[in-house]
Structure formats: structure tokens, C-alpha cells
Design a protein around this ligand. Structure first.
Ligand SMILES: Nc1nc2c(c(=O)[nH]1)N[C@H]1C(S)=C(S)[C@@H](COP(=O)(O)OP(=O)(O)OC[C@H]3O[C@@H](n4cnc5c(=O)[nH]c(N)nc54)[C@H](O)[C@@H]3O)O[C@H]1N2
Ligand SMILES: Nc1nc2c(c(=O)[nH]1)N[C@H]1C(S)=C(S)[C@@H](COP(=O)(O)OP(=O)(O)OC[C@H]3O[C@@H](n4cnc5c(=O)[nH]c(N)nc54)[C@H](O)[C@@H]3O)O[C@H]1N2
Ligand code: SF4
Ligand SMILES: [Mo]
Length: 688
């Protein structure tokens, strides 16, 4: 295998490993064996050499002096973050001795892996780790924090994580960015939209916050949080009532159109306006624009599904292109995600066959606090946390932290930094950056796969996730061959099967040579969908069987208190979830965590622009600098960014978010919590 590591100088192809739909092709510049610059690879067919500012400034993160170099053990109380250097041998022995004892005492389910996609590499995010924990029989984790509610709602309608090829969206004449802050979170969709706009496309954004994407749009439609399902039903009402539906498409490719036609009569624009805060005339105009423009494309974002009713909401939105027959038009249709096209053979990669007890318990990651604090059988006695920072990102984080504080809980954290979560660990293991590993990358938006070949030496004594789990397997005495496989073996296995017909032409050798390859795709229609009926299920029998309304419906979010504001704390431009929230450069670009309030609300509360507000509910409290503007509707408070909580700050937004599960997929209802707001006791005056 060619290695870029040995070449001290030069420019090398690479992949962005972050949890971002764009999955950019990168070029890494090396001088004297070190990365000196990261830029976009112009050869990547979708990302075309353009990358975000976050990753342009990645070098500082790779060589940050605070990056972990050695394994550590805790020497002070939990949360205080006092550690001492130990060897890898000691670390692995401490962990495996403890795990062997726990398994003896309470069984392997007393151990819980807790991970997410801090590194999207297939091997490191969900490869050797899965094999290891399957073999052990540890509790399984349901990884639900990101988009599982929306994915479930979309799957009931369309059968899988499938949409149109984003490269086709340049042909659209209407683009609706629905609950996606794409300027910050999917910048290449914006580049494609800009191309479409040059050819006359109109861009509409539907959001609770007029952020960068709202400002980019030709028409910004503000909506009340958690009410998008009603808006989608209102659009359907007008499409049917004014005969703007594509009858031949409905006849041929859908089930349940008659029932739906009848069902949406109740969602007339006046009724929907009262539910959504969108004026009646705008609902008519939106529906008519959508019904009369072709090709029309909807990019469905993550925002609307981070609510109690998120699954049903995405289901409702995803019915729209079926009504207008836009799936048949090049440049039309929708994308919620495209992960099913690029998915390698996960059984070969993750080896669920190694799990002997098929009834091994499953714990929803959104309920981490609950799982740690409430009596369980067996109790969770040990956590292994990697590729995620739950002390910051998990809902109801005060509860999560109370759980992490448990003296009897044996916690291991594997990360590049001593994160807020690592402060609660007994053992901390240093992780390599993705530039130090061989891995396979598959985008969940565009249709390309990429290879990351190691570009630089491992930093200090750091090890990749794959290496750590190989070592742990050895320490546990597991001698299955699957736990000894090399990275190359694993990639070959992941690409080897013919389960995903879209990958049939993609081979390890050609991927190594060419750096990227496109999953074979053809338009979804004409064709059979992976739903039970093979068609778009406007009426879903599976939903009925699962106890849901079979037709798209609007159920308001839970009113979890009588507090006056809905609090929507989403991600921000210069961080990637909590990643970069500890980097000086990114923090200075982001300036400070803010709270956007409507002018009317701010005036009622007596808060001026730039003053600090105290925001609280029964879960926690925060203090954020208020931006008084008209970017949100009255009654809505928006904050962006998952900031760390350095001593003396109160900016942990997830201390306020609910850990209720959404209607489907066990998703997070991060944006459905209510809060109270008042002027902070100490008057700050910030220039914002
Ligand atoms: N710069 C940057 N890029 C990122 C990330 C990041 O942290 N920073 N995170 C990555 C990850 S993991 C993900 S999942 C994606 C997420 O990226 P997006 O899909 O853009 O999702 P969010 O930013 O969570 O929310 C999108 C928008 O939904 C709005 N919103 C909230 N509630 C509602 C609602 O009820 N209705 C409507 N219509 N809008 C609502 C928010 O104001 C926000 O503008 O981005 C990825 N890319
Ligand atoms: N309030 C609020 N909360 C949210 C969201 C929101 O919009 N609002 N968004 C939610 C969503 S959509 C998501 S996806 C989650 C994301 O939350 P997380 O998955 O926790 O994402 P990050 O905060 O980026 O943390 C990733 C961690 O992985 C580490 N890491 C990176 N590469 C590797 C590696 O190769 N190995 C190991 N061991 N570690 C590595 C990084 O250093 C970092 O500490 O947050 C959720 N939480
Ligand atoms: S974070 Fe997203 S936009 Fe930025 S370089 Fe990575 S994949 Fe590209
Ligand atoms: Mo996410």
C-alpha cells in the first residue's frame, strides 16, 4: 500500500471526517512531515475545492498543544479533570480487568458503549467497535440523537434513506430549504442552489430563525417551532383543492391518495395559519408556487425533526413531491438523506453475528442520564465513550452529568482532547485524528465514497478507534479472527458484498487509486421503492400497525410547562456540534453564544440588545447575550452553537433541553423545550 506518511513534503488527497453532509474532498499540504495547510480538492465532483472555514483552520486543532498524547488515569474527584499519565499497557489492563470483573458479577450488559460520529469513517465510527461489543455482549446503544425521528418518518413514506442526486438540483427552478441552515451546515447544496438561481431558480427558506440561510433566500417564511407538519398538510390541501396534483403520478406510484385527499380537507390555510403562525395568504402563495413550478426541489433539514412530533412532520413534508409528481422531473424531488445509496455492507463490517444473545438490551442514547440514574437490571456499571461529547451535546445535560458523577461508574473516554465529558472519566485514551488513519468514507448527502489514507504519523501515543478495540479484544482474551482484521481487510469486506447494488462497481483498489467513486444511482422513478407496497405510502399500513395515524397528521409538540418561550438551540457556523468549541480561532470567529429574541419580547422583558439574559426551566439555567432582532417570531428564543462550559460561564444550552423522546425512531426533542427568560442580575453590555 502506498503511504503518504513517509513522504515528508507534498500535497496529498484526504477526506473531511466530520459529521457533515458535504463530506468534502481535501488536499493536505505537508512540510517536513507536518500538515501546514488544509484546502479543498478541486477534483471532487461535488465539493470542487471549496471547504468551510472550520476545516480550513483544522491544522491548529491537529497540532493543538492540548491534544492528548498519552493515556491518563484520574487522580482527583470526577468532574475536576485531574489526571496522570499512564502507559497503554496499564490502561488496557485496568479497563479489561474491571470489565472482566463486571461481566463476572453482573453480566456484559452492565457495560455500555456510548458513541457517535465525531469521525464519520466507517471503520472507526462503526466497525471494529461494533465487532468488539457484539462479541462481548455489552448493552447495545440506539444512536438516535441526530436524525432518527425524521429518518423513521421518511422511511414510512419512501422506504429508505433515498432521495435525488444533489448534482441534479442545479436544474431546479424552485428550491425550498425546509428547516435546514444549509449556508452553515450543507454549503455545497447552497453552491448548487446558486447555480440554479443563475438559471432563474427561486429559493425559499422555511425556518424558525432568519439565520444565514434565511438571509440567502429570495423568500423567507418564518414558522412557529414544531408546526411544519401542519404547513405541509396545508400545502397538500391547496394542491388538491386547486387541482395542482399530478394525477398520473399519484395513480401509478402512490398508495392512499383518495384517503389523503379527504383527510387534508380539514387543513385549510386559515386553520393552518393559526397553527403555524404563517399568514393565510403566504400559505396559498407557497402552495401555488410549489404546485406550479417545475422542477421543484425540497431539501429537508434536521431542524423540524428535533421535536416531539419530528417523525410525523418529516413524513408530511416528504409526501409533497409525490403530489406534484416532481420525483419524475430532473432537478425536482427531495433530499432528506441519501445514506442508503452509499451504505457498504454493514453486516460484514459490524458482524452482528458475533452477538450471541439476540435479546441483548438496547439503550437509547438520548436517555443517557436516565439510564445511569434509574435502577436498571443489570445496572450500568461502565461506560466506554468515543467520538462524542455527551456532557455538552446530550439533551438534559445536567441529568447526564449527575449520572456521570456516580462514584461507582467506571468510565473510559477515548478522544483527541480532554473534553467536558472526559473530565468525568476514570481512564482517558488519546485518539488519532482522521488524517492518521486508513478509513472508508460514505456521504449521507452526495453519492460519493472516498478513501482516507494516513497522511501523518500518529500524534504522541494516540491510537485510532480500530486499534484500541483490537487491543481491548486481546486484553479480554477474545480471539475471533474478526477482531484481528486489518483496516484494509475491513474495507474489502465492507465493499465485498453485492447487497447494495449501487456499489457493485466500486472496488478497494480503484478507490485507493482514484480517491473517490460515485455510487451507481438511477432516478427513483420509474422503479419500485423499498416500502411494503413498492410505492410511496401516502397511507401507511405499517404505521397503522405500529400504532401511528396511517395518514400524515399534525400533532402539536408537548407543552412541557407554562413557561412563555420555546427554546431552539441548534448548531452554529464555526463549530461542528461541540467540535471546535475549544479552539481559540473558531471561538473568536463565532464570538459568543447569543440568544435571539423578537423585539416585542425583548421590550416586554426590558432587555436591550447586547445585555445578558438568564434563561431557565426546571432542568437548568443559562446566561446568554441577547441579540434583539426580528429573526424570530414572538414567543421563540433561538441560540446557536454547542459551547463548552468553561468555569464562570453558564452557556450549556443542553442544560435546558428535554430528554423526552420524539414520536418515532427514539429521536431527540432538543428543540421542543419551554423556558423562562429575564434580564440577568449583573448587567453586561456586549458589543455584538
Ligand atoms: N457549521 C456546522 N455544520 C454542521 C453542523 C454544525 O454543528 N455546524 N452539524 C452537522 C450535523 S451533525 C447535522 S445533523 C447537520 C444539521 O444541520 P441542519 O439540517 O441545518 O439542522 P439544524 O441546524 O439542527 O436545524 C436546521 C434549521 O432548522 C431550524 N428549525 C428548528 N426548529 C424548526 C422547526 O420546527 N421548523 C423549521 N422549519 N425549522 C426549524 C433551525 O433554526 C435551523 O436553521 O449539520 C451538520 N453540519
Ligand atoms: N442543543 C443541541 N444539542 C445537539 C444538537 C443540536 O442541534 N442542539 N445536535 C445534535 C446532533 S444532530 C448531533 S449529530 C450530536 C453530535 O454530537 P457529538 O457526536 O458528540 O459531536 P461533537 O460534539 O462534534 O463531538 C465529537 C467528539 O468526537 C471526538 N472525535 C473525533 N474524531 C474521533 C476519533 O476518530 N476517535 C475518537 N475516539 N473520538 C473522536 C471529537 O474530538 C469530539 O470530542 O449533537 C446533538 N446535540
Ligand atoms: S465540515 Fe463539511 S463543509 Fe467543512 S470541510 Fe468538512 S465536509 Fe466540508
Ligand atoms: Mo447530527
Amino acid at each position: 500500500m502506498q503511504s503518504f506518511i513517509n513522504q515528508k513534503n507534498g500535497v496529498f488527497p484526504s477526506v473531511c471526517s466530520l459529521d457533515c453532509p458535504d463530506q468534502c474532498g481535501l488536499l493536505v499540504h505537508k512540510k517536513d512531515g507536518k500538515i501546514v495547510k488544509v484546502e479543498g480538492d478541486p477534483r471532487h465532483p461535488v465539493t470542487k475545492g471549496h471547504i468551510c472555514n472550520k476545516v480550513r483552520n483544522m491544522t491548529a486543532r491537529i497540532y493543538d498543544s492540548r491534544r492528548l498524547r498519552f493515556p491518563l488515569k484520574r487522580v482527583g474527584p470526577k468532574e475536576k479533570g485531574k489526571f496522570e499519565r499512564i502507559t497503554w499497557d496499564e490502561a488496557i489492563k485496568t479497563i479489561t480487568d474491571r470489565w472482566k470483573a463486571l461481566i463476572e458479577m453482573d453480566g456484559p450488559e452492565s457495560i455500555l458503549p456510548y458513541s457517535f460520529y465525531g469521525n464519520m469513517g466507517r471503520l472507526n465510527a462503526e466497525g471494529m467497535d461494533r465487532r468488539f461489543f457484539h462479541r462481548m455482549g455489552a448493552s447495545r446503544l440506539d444512536r438516535t440523537i441526530c436524525q432518527s425521528a425524521g429518518a423513521a418518518g421518511y422511511r414510512y413514506t419512501m422506504g429508505g434513506n433515498i432521495g435525488v442526486d444533489p448534482e441534479d438540483t442545479i436544474h431546479a427552478k424552485l428550491i425550498i430549504l425546509w428547516g435546514i441552515n444549509a449556508v452553515s451546515t450543507n454549503m455545497h447544496q447552497i453552491a448548487l442552489a446558486q447555480q440554479a438561481r443563475k438559471n432563474g431558480a427561486r429559493i425559499i427558506t422555511i425556518d424558525v430563525h432568519k439565520n444565514k440561510t434565511g438571509r440567502f433566500a429570495d423568500w423567507f417564511i418564518p414558522i412557529l417551532p414544531g408546526t411544519d407538519g401542519a404547513l405541509a398538510l396545508g400545502i397538500m390541501h391547496v394542491l388538491f383543492a386547486e387541482n395542482m396534483v399530478d394525477q398520473p403520478f399519484l395513480d401509478k406510484y402512490t398508495v392512499g391518495q383518495k384517503e389523503l385527499r379527504k383527510h387534508v380537507i380539514q387543513y385549510d390555510p386559515a386553520t393552518v395559519s393559526a397553527m403555524t403562525g404563517v399568514p393565510e395568504k403566504d400559505i396559498y402563495q407557497l402552495a401555488r408556487t410549489y404546485g406550479q413550478t417545475s422542477p421543484s426541489f425540497i431539501r429537508i433539514g434536521n431542524g423540524p425533526q428535533h421535536h416531539d412530533n419530528g417523525g410525523m412532520c418529516i413524513r408530511a413534508i416528504s409526501c409533497l413531491p409525490a403530489l406534484t409528481g416532481q420525483w419524475l422531473v430532473k432537478g425536482g424531488g427531495a433530499i432528506k438523506g441519501n445514506a442508503s445509496f452509499t451504505a457498504p455492507d454493514t453486516d460484514a463490517l459490524q458482524r452482528p453475528d458475533l452477538l450471541r444473545n439476540k435479546k441483548t438490551r438496547v439503550i437509547n442514547m438520548n436517555l443517557l442520564g436516565e439510564a445511569l440514574l434509574k435502577a436498571q437490571n443489570p445496572p450500568i456499571q461502565s461506560l466506554f465513550i468515543y467520538g462524542t461529547n455527551p456532557a455538552i451535546v446530550a439533551p438534559n445535560s445536567n441529568k447526564v452529568r449527575r449520572g456521570l458523577l456516580r462514584e461507582d461508574l467506571f468510565t473510559v473516554v477515548h478522544d483527541l482532547f480532554l473534553t467536558e465529558t472526559a473530565a468525568y472519566a476514570d481512564i482517558v485514551l488519546p485518539a488519532t485524528s482522521s488524517f492518521e488513519n486508513l478509513d472508508l468514507y460514505t456521504s449521507y448527502w452526495h453519492l460519493y465514497l472516498q478513501i482516507q489514507q494516513p497522511v501523518i504519523e500518529r500524534y504522541g501515543e494516540s491510537k485510532s478507534n480500530v486499534e484500541v478495540f483490537r487491543l481491548l479484544a486481546k486484553g479480554m482474551g477474545f480471539d475471533d479472527e474478526a477482531l484481528k482484521d486489518s483496516e484494509e481487510d475491513m474495507i474489502r469486506q465492507a465493499l465485498g458484498s453485492r447487497k447494495n447494488p449501487h456499489l457493485k462497481d466500486i472496488k478497494f483498489a480503484s478507490l485507493m487509486k482514484n480517491q473517490y467513486a460515485k455510487a451507481g444511482s438511477k432516478p427513483l422513478f420509474p422503479g419500485k421503492l423499498p416500502t411494503p407496497s413498492g410505492k410511496i405510502e401516502l397511507y401507511s399500513k405499517s404505521m397503522e400497525d405500529a400504532g401511528y395515524p396511517p395518514l400524515p397528521a399534525y400533532l402539536p409538540i408537548v407543552k412541557d410547562s407554562n413557561l412563555p418561550f420555546l427554546f431552539v438551540p441548534g448548531p452554529t457556523h464555526h463549530f461542528l456540534n461541540s467540535t471546535f468549541s475549544n479552539n481559540e480561532k473558531h471561538m473568536s470567529m463565532e464570538k459568543m453564544p447569543k440568544l435571539h429574541l423578537n423585539r416585542k419580547d425583548a421590550s416586554k422583558l426590558g432587555i436591550q440588545n447586547g445585555e445578558k439574559a438568564r434563561i431557565w426551566n426546571n432542568r437548568g439555567e443559562c446566561e446568554l447575550v441577547v441579540a434583539v432582532d426580528d429573526s424570530v417570531l414572538p414567543g421563540v428564543a433561538v441560540s446557536q452553537g454547542l459551547w463548552g462550559d468553561k468555569a464562570g460561564t453558564k452557556q450549556l444550552v443542553n442544560s435546558l433541553t428535554p430528554d423526552r423522546l420524539s414520536d418515532m425512531g427514539g429521536g431527540a426533542s432538543l428543540f421542543s423545550g419551554r423556558v423562562a427568560i429575564e434580564k440577568a442580575a449583573i448587567i453586561y453590555n456586549h458589543k455584538i
